[in-house]
Design a protein around this ligand. Sequence first.
Ligand code: NAG
Ligand code: NAG
Ligand code: NAG
Ligand code: NAG
Ligand code: NAG
Ligand code: NAG
Ligand code: NAG
Ligand code: NAG
Ligand code: NAG
Ligand code: NAG
Ligand code: NAG
Ligand code: NAG
Length: 728
Amino acid sequence: MMTRSHCNCFITIFFTLLLHTLASPPHHFCKQDQRDALLEFIAEFPTGESYTWNKSSDCCFWEGVTCNPRSGQVISLDLSYTLLNSSLKTNNSLFRLRSLRHLNLMDCNLQGEIPSSQGNLSRLVELDLWDNHLVGEVPVSIGNLNELRVLSLGGNKLSGNFPIIFANLTKLSFFGLNFNNFTSTLPVNMSEFINLEYFNINENSFFGPFPKSLFLNPLLESVDLGRNQFTGPFEFPNTSSLSSKLQFLNLANNRFDGPIPESISKFLHLSQIYLNHNNFSGSIPRSLSKLANLTDLHLSNNMLKGRVPGFLWRLIAVTLSHNYFSSFANPSKDPLIQMLDLSSNSFQGPFPHWICKLKKLSLLDLSNNLFNGSIPPCLRNSTVSLIDLILRNNSFSGIIPDIFADATELQSFDVSRNHLEGSFPKSLIICKALQIVNVENNKIKDEFPFWLGSLPSLNVLILRSNEFYGPLYHRHMSIGFQSLKVIDVSHNEFTGTLPSHYFSNWREMTTSSEEIDQYYFASIGYTTPWNTYHTIYYESVYHSMEMVNKGVEMNFERILKDFRAINFSGNRISGEIPESISCLKELRLLNLSNNNFRNDIPRCMSNLKNLETLDLSSNNLSGQIPQDLGNLSFLSYMNFSHNLLEGPVPRGTQFQRQTCSSFLDNPGLFGLEEICQQTHVPNPTSHQSEELSEAEEQVFNWIAAAIAYGPGLLCGLVMGHIFTSHNQ
Ligand SMILES: *[C@@H]1O[C@H](CO)[C@@H](O)[C@H](O)[C@H]1NC(C)=O
Ligand SMILES: *[C@@H]1O[C@H](CO)[C@@H](O)[C@H](O)[C@H]1NC(C)=O
Ligand SMILES: *[C@@H]1O[C@H](CO)[C@@H](O)[C@H](O)[C@H]1NC(C)=O
Ligand SMILES: *[C@@H]1O[C@H](CO)[C@@H](O)[C@H](O)[C@H]1NC(C)=O
Ligand SMILES: *[C@@H]1O[C@H](CO)[C@@H](O)[C@H](O)[C@H]1NC(C)=O
Ligand SMILES: *[C@@H]1O[C@H](CO)[C@@H](O)[C@H](O)[C@H]1NC(C)=O
Ligand SMILES: *[C@@H]1O[C@H](CO)[C@@H](O)[C@H](O)[C@H]1NC(C)=O
Ligand SMILES: *[C@@H]1O[C@H](CO)[C@@H](O)[C@H](O)[C@H]1NC(C)=O
Ligand SMILES: *[C@@H]1O[C@H](CO)[C@@H](O)[C@H](O)[C@H]1NC(C)=O
Ligand SMILES: *[C@@H]1O[C@H](CO)[C@@H](O)[C@H](O)[C@H]1NC(C)=O
Ligand SMILES: *[C@@H]1O[C@H](CO)[C@@H](O)[C@H](O)[C@H]1NC(C)=O
Ligand SMILES: *[C@@H]1O[C@H](CO)[C@@H](O)[C@H](O)[C@H]1NC(C)=O
């Protein structure tokens, strides 16, 4: 055993040598030709002039450069995240660095094609061109790089075929073509990649059947084929010599059909399986229960049916939404699930009580099923780590149990479209992380939960179509609703007046926010096998969003980022419209219709420069319509009908575009000739109110749709979270 003094002695010698070395750096350490090649290389780029290499120092000490200490040849060049901003030419002097083994040019804003001389760098072991703007096909000469172990061409716009010449690269261990525009089938025989561990072609347009021969490669750990156009049944080779290392398998977002093969269970190390967004049919294979290390199983958006086996409740994350499952077995052992998405199936019967045993539950989505009976109070046991609770659109009845006293992580609470009654759960006041509250379409009978105003992150509050009553204002409310973006309390029994400062603290409606960015940009990144988790989930949520909103001229990003709406319609609120409404400069939709508002429309409402929809119909408003409202250039729908308004209709284009019915039944209003001359003849019946409720319906249905997905989005974060804790 080495004594301390021995040890010190060694250290002393080491440092003496080191100091000696530093004091007199070896002359000509950097070979002249290597230095010249580097300088010429960097000078090729428009940004090269300003590059920080110090010409009077040894090139082997330049940032990103590593030399072989004996030969003085450059063996590694890492310029990742350097803005190079142009294309790599075939004659680039980079290709004179013939000893180069590692070349990392990721995130350099490289343009143009991959040069066909690349082939000169035949010693390359690692080539990383991730996330540039490269176009065109992969040059054949890449087949010369037969020492390559890491090839990352992902995140570009490369196109064409899967180059047959890849077959030469038998030493590859990391192979990434993901996020490009390749359009071809894959070669039938892919069994030559005998060193391959990581294979990723996510997000291209590869099509046809997937070559099962890939799975013959014995070291394979991670296969990601997501977001392509593969078709047909998915099969594994019928042999005993399959990769025994496979841990990660992503087939999501393709067009595979047929049953999930039982043989999947030959890969005993599988821990994450993504089969979502395909056309798989049949039931969940029993053999999956053999996979002792399986933690994640994602089967959403397929044609699967039957009874869900109980062993799934031992996994960490299970998503089964948008299938035809009708029942599930109860867990045989203690369930461990942290993320459970059973939404949009045909499950029925009472709330599954075993969910109360889950100690680390973060997502529970049972929405769009036929569950009935009450929400059990024992759910309290599972709320400690709960982030999203989504029970929307079932047949739950009874009261909402007041079980949120420990739910400090809760971000979304959605029990809308059930038959719930009784009071609004007061313990939600503890949930400081709450962003979304939606209880619309129930029979909740309570006062306005003004105390929610103190929740710092509450973005969306929907109490629509319940039996809420009493005033919308309480003097304690002066603190609140700083983060509110959408409030819909329509179709209740609210009464009373609103003081003129009512809206003055609703800060999120007065400024636009950048908050959404974190959701989207977290998902764009270098996907290593184990953080794709996150990415894939975001992507699928994001894409389904796009579909939901097709036909409605708004996208999902907008609702979270820019959309601001107030809907107080269909109550019995009286008094004046609060002057402070004019503070809400970001407001897009304001509906105060079908109430008892009286007196003048505040002139300052013309400050609401972003307003698109304004409905003040069926109140007792009097006086003139403020002329300045004619200047609101985004205001495309408005309704002033059924009031006591008088004087001239404002002249702005937006006003002239309205239909006559928007002004109906205001005996003193004039200047309607041009508007009413158009096809719409004044019509004393309430044809107009149908039109109104249709428009209104559309916007709010759309909000509801977006909210229905919102929690999923949030749960992307949860997954990231779980993923982190997994790895610890
Ligand atoms: C460049 O390197 C030389 C020699 O090592 C040194 O004397 C000089 O200060 C360096 N210049 C800069 C700007 O760092
Ligand atoms: C790099 O190119 C981008 C456009 O691709 C341009 O906006 C940027 O100004 C360029 N940067 C430099 C330093 O030339
Ligand atoms: C590639 O190698 C050949 C042969 O050594 C050489 O003539 C040619 O100049 C090299 N190409 C580049 C771009 O350096
Ligand atoms: C590379 O070729 C281009 C023409 O294609 C020429 O303008 C440039 O000077 C050449 N660069 C080198 C380093 O030879
Ligand atoms: C494939 O690799 C071999 C050496 O293993 C080499 O001789 C041949 O030129 C390569 N083929 C191509 C097309 O690069
Ligand atoms: C992808 O390739 C197709 C043709 O294969 C082309 O029409 C399309 O524009 C390409 N997309 C991008 C983003 O380069
Ligand atoms: C597939 O390719 C490997 C390696 O090139 C070869 O050994 C094997 O015979 C091929 N298999 C088939 C079925 O062609
Ligand atoms: C798989 O191989 C075994 C024997 O190796 C054979 O009995 C079985 O029929 C094969 N299955 C299929 C689907 O080819
Ligand atoms: C499961 O994971 C544990 C711990 O990582 C490991 O020791 C074990 O070998 C794995 N079992 C299988 C079948 O992969
Ligand atoms: C999905 O599979 C079913 C049969 O299981 C078939 O009827 C249907 O057309 C397929 N859908 C798509 C989009 O391929
Ligand atoms: C809930 O937790 C309490 C104690 O924390 C325990 O007594 C009770 O059995 C739990 N209920 C369920 C359904 O797990
Ligand atoms: C739940 O629905 C089933 C039929 O699907 C019915 O038999 C049962 O009575 C319902 N339970 C309650 C509490 O409504």
